[in-house]
Design a protein around this ligand. Structure first.
Ligand SMILES: Cc1cc2nc3c(=O)[nH]c(=O)nc-3n(C[C@H](O)[C@H](O)[C@H](O)COP(=O)(O)OP(=O)(O)OC[C@H]3O[C@@H](n4cnc5c(N)ncnc54)[C@H](O)[C@@H]3O)c2cc1C
Length: 303
């Protein structure tokens, strides 16, 4: 079911047996039509997850649906007070073009792979892969991100907190594309930090994002790689809002910081795996939480 007008070649190692048809839609309408009709086709955006997996396993899908030339997916717009990031926006673009408007997400983008990876790797690909260690996930949870998905059946918006079903599992239907991510613009401190086995080109052993909106009325704390999916630490968020109200403009007392850290650790559900232990993840998450809350609080006091 591949229209010959769009079938422009074959991908893969020319010397290896597995071959894939290659579909490259020119616009979003064509991409959605192909997504609906060519059911065996696998979407490829930057290819930094997909092609690595394909090469490692010597695997080739029946067809590749390359959405990297779909302009509509690569735009950043302001809409109804929100910033709409196309799913095809790369981490390089976020880091170099939007750090002033989305500082927390830019900090996360900065830790993704290398400059070469960030040049190709897209926000949509990072979400669709559904890795619990995806660096954009906690940063986007801290921004109350909503995921826009489209198919020929229509469009829908899902809060990021409801998008992941488990490791590598999302609510994305087989005929849908992620088309955009909608986030709140920057209004207060936004932080992101991750612990890896080295300081660059490292998958997160754990990561944490924190955002505080003006006057401390709304706080978001989210972490990655320490549960089956990235998740918010709801009790820690509520505790910090109450603490900030009680403390006013003063320094956060050490016992409040310690309780905040305890609540973040309690929200985690980490595992032992080849990279590290659950105990280390929980410990490191607490260290990130303590540093983040102290730094964010200093920023709030300076504003
Ligand atoms: C050396 C290296 C280092 C890396 N370091 C990091 C890191 O530090 N942090 C991190 O988080 N990740 C890292 N990654 C993983 C990867 O770069 C990211 O997950 C990236 O964001 C994936 O985006 P992509 O556009 O390359 O996705 P692709 O590889 O093109 O696709 C990934 C998956 O998403 C699907 N998909 C892509 N776009 C869409 C869409 N719009 N709608 C529906 N489905 C879609 C594809 O079908 C595929 O299943 C690294 C990868 C490499 C190779």
């Amino acid at each position: 079911m591949t229209p010959t007008s769009t079938l422009i070649g074959q991908a893969g190692d020319v010397s290896a047996a597995p071959r894939s048809d290659y579909l490259r839609p020119a616009d979003l309408d064509e991409a959605l039509r192909l997504r609906a009709r060519a059911r065996g086709a696998v979407v490829v955006a930057g290819g930094t997850d997909l092609m690595v997996a394909a090469n490692l396993r010597g695997w080739a899908p029946a067809a590749l649906l390359d959405i990297s030339r779909v302009d509509e997916l690569c735009r950043v717009d302001d809409t109804g007070g929100l910033i709409r990031l196309g799913a095809g926006v790369t981490f390089g673009t976020i880091l170099h073009g939007y750090a002033h408007r989305l500082p927390g997400l830019a900090l996360a983008a900065r830790t993704v792979g290398s400059a070469q990876i960030r040049q190709r790797a897209t926000l949509g690909g990072n979400l669709a892969t559904g890795s619990p260690a995806g660096d954009s996930h906690p940063a986007l949870l801290a921004l109350d991100a909503q995921i826009e998905m489209r198919s020929l059946r229509g469009a829908r918006l899902v809060p990021l907190a409801d998008f992941f079903l488990g490791p590598q599992r999302t609510v994305l239907a087989p005929d849908e594309l992620i088309t955009a991510v909608l986030v709140q613009p920057h209004t207060g401190p936004q932080l992101f930090a991750k612990v890896g086995r080295r300081s660059a080109m490292a998958i997160a052993l754990c990561s944490l994002a924190l955002s505080i909106h003006p006057n401390g009325q709304r706080v978001r704390v989210a972490f990655g790689a320490a549960a089956p999916t990235a998740r918010r630490a709801w009790a820690a968020e509520r505790f910090l809002v109450e603490s900030m109200r009680a403390v006013g403009g003063d320094t956060l007392p050490a016992e409040l910081v310690a309780e905040f850290v305890r609540l973040v650790r309690e929200a985690a559900d980490p595992i032992d795996d080849i990279r590290t232990t659950a105990d280390y993840r929980r410990h490191a998450l607490g260290v990130l939480a303590e540093r983040a809350v102290c730094r964010a609080w200093r920023e709030v006091q300076c504003d």
